[in-house]
Design a protein around this ligand. Structure first.
Ligand code: PMP
Length: 427
């Protein structure tokens, strides 16, 4: 055990999970690569759980951060903050929400917390609809709407949460349905639930592609169908875009756009990639919803100028280089390549995903039984081959998660696929 790992274990909570038998200490990064303290170079297919959105040590972001830090490092409260206004204007315009207002936080958890605060205050209800197998963060309220039991350490939530179908369809009664039949079944389930319960839910919150839950996407249009039901009841739709925002899914800038028959969600929450590693989170909503609070609700560090400078530089880079298009093209090649490799590996149940958000689900060969040990073995083998990936999943962490920085090149995708193929074959 390394000296740092020993100290980590002695002073930090045991539930602060680390990957690998010998945990890694990363010391620097560049582009799609990171280096460990022992000098080993790794191709990074996880980007710190999708936080490194464009590239490691992107000079444009580093320069913007250094320049702003050299001027003033400050809270964004009480005084005007130019970088915050500028980033809010850009996100409001990109959100698709009319008359949008943006509130900045420092994490995805806090963004969802703010969305819940707004929705419950607006609707005068503490009832929330969430999807089974969801992950929305680690605050007291966010774990209360997190369906994935591996990430919801207490059930003593201040919210009354009802879990609806729509997240996972790889198991259970919905598994065999066509896309259209799945949408119909989930929508009927939602209607039935609303009819049975003492109503007035504040909102439905959902990830367009479940991230921690193993990169599972519902069929396109599911949330448009949900939306018709929700609208009849006056219930808001919150799209948690913490993992799916900013072009990650390739075909769309936001995950909700795969479901946009009836327009944008009422609220969007975001975090992770926008700061390219700096801590930015936030919520976008129509003015009518955002302004419903009758008391101040500030975030001391949300919108602080150094993080906003990072966000602005990162967003500019992303849009100018069309990294969404890159995610679509390179992600499309990568998923095809991985599907071909996986066809020869009996432990692979499914390779799925969109853009640069790809999941490989592992089972005990010949069964439907999730195999977390296989996922751990592939994670270790990939590392030994020089590749970092992640894992997650509805059924006991048996899904490999692949989400490289969006500037991934075709050559890097091919190199990573070769390492992964070897790691899968060694199973
Ligand atoms: N929502 C989703 C969909 C997430 O994936 C995460 C983080 N994994 C969060 C919310 C919470 O974000 P944070 O860890 O920044 O609080």
């Amino acid at each position: 055990m390394s000296e740092l790992y020993e100290r980590h274990r002695a002073v930090l909570p045991q539930w602060l999970a680390l990957y690998y038998r010998e945990p890694l200490e990363l010391t620097h990064g560049e582009g799609r690569h990171v280096w460990a303290a022992d000098g080993t170079k790794y191709l990074d297919f996880f980007g710190g759980i999708l936080t490194t959105m464009t590239a490691h040590a992107l000079p444009e972001v580093t320069k913007a951060v250094a320049e702003q830090a050299g001027r003033i490092i400050h809270s964004s409260t009480l005084y005007l903050d130019r970088p915050m206004v500028e980033l809010a204007e850009r996100i409001a315009a990109l959100s698709g929400i009319p008359d949008a207002r943006v509130f900045f936080t420092t994490s995805g958890t806090e963004a969802n917390d703010a969305a819940l605060l707004l929705a419950t205050a607006y609707r005068r209800s503490n009832q929330i609809l969430a999807l089974r197998n969801s992950y929305h963060g680690r605050s007291f309220s966010a774990v209360g709407i997190t369906g994935n039991r591996g990430w919801s350490p207490t059930s003593l939530s201040p919210l009354q949460t009802l879990y609806v179908h729509g997240g996972v369809r790889t198991r259970g009664p919905y598994a065999e349905l066509s896309d259209a039949a799945f949408i119909d079944a989930c929508t009927a389930d939602l209607e039935d639930l609303l009819g049975q319960t003492r109503g007035g839910a504040a909102a439905l919150i959902a990830e367009p592609v479940q991230g921690v839950g193993g990169f599972t996407s519902p069929p396109d249009g599911l949330f448009a169908a949900f939306r018709e039901v929700l609208k009849r009841h006056g219930i808001l739709w919150i799209s948690d875009e913490v993992q799916t925002g900013w072009g990650r899914t390739g075909d769309h800038f936001w995950g909700w756009q795969a479901h946009d028959r009836n327009g944008p969600p009422d609220l969007i929450t975001f975090a992770k990639g926008i700061g390219n590693g700096m801590s930015i989170g936030g919520v976008v909503a129509r003015a009518e919803i955002m302004n419903c609070l009758d008391a101040n609700s500030i975030s001391t560090f949300g919108g602080s100028p150094v993080t906003m400078a990072a966000g602005l530089a990162n967003l500019t880079y992303l849009l100018e280089r069309d990294l969404q298009g890159n995610a679509r093209r390179v992600g499309g090649l990568l998923i095809e390549r991985l599907r071909a490799a996986a066809a020869r590996v009996p432990a692979v149940r499914e390779v799925r995903g969109r853009g640069l958000m790809i999941g490989i689900e592992l089972v005990r060969p010949g069964t439907d039984e999730a195999d977390p040990d296989a996922a751990t073995a592939v994670l270790e083998a990939a590392r030994a081959g020089g590749l970092l990936i992640g894992k997650g999943g509805a059924y006991n962490t048996s899904v490999l998660r692949i989400a490289p920085p969006l500037s991934l090149t075709v050559a890097e995708a091919e190199q990573g696929a070769v390492i992964l193929e070897d790691a899968l074959r060694a199973l």
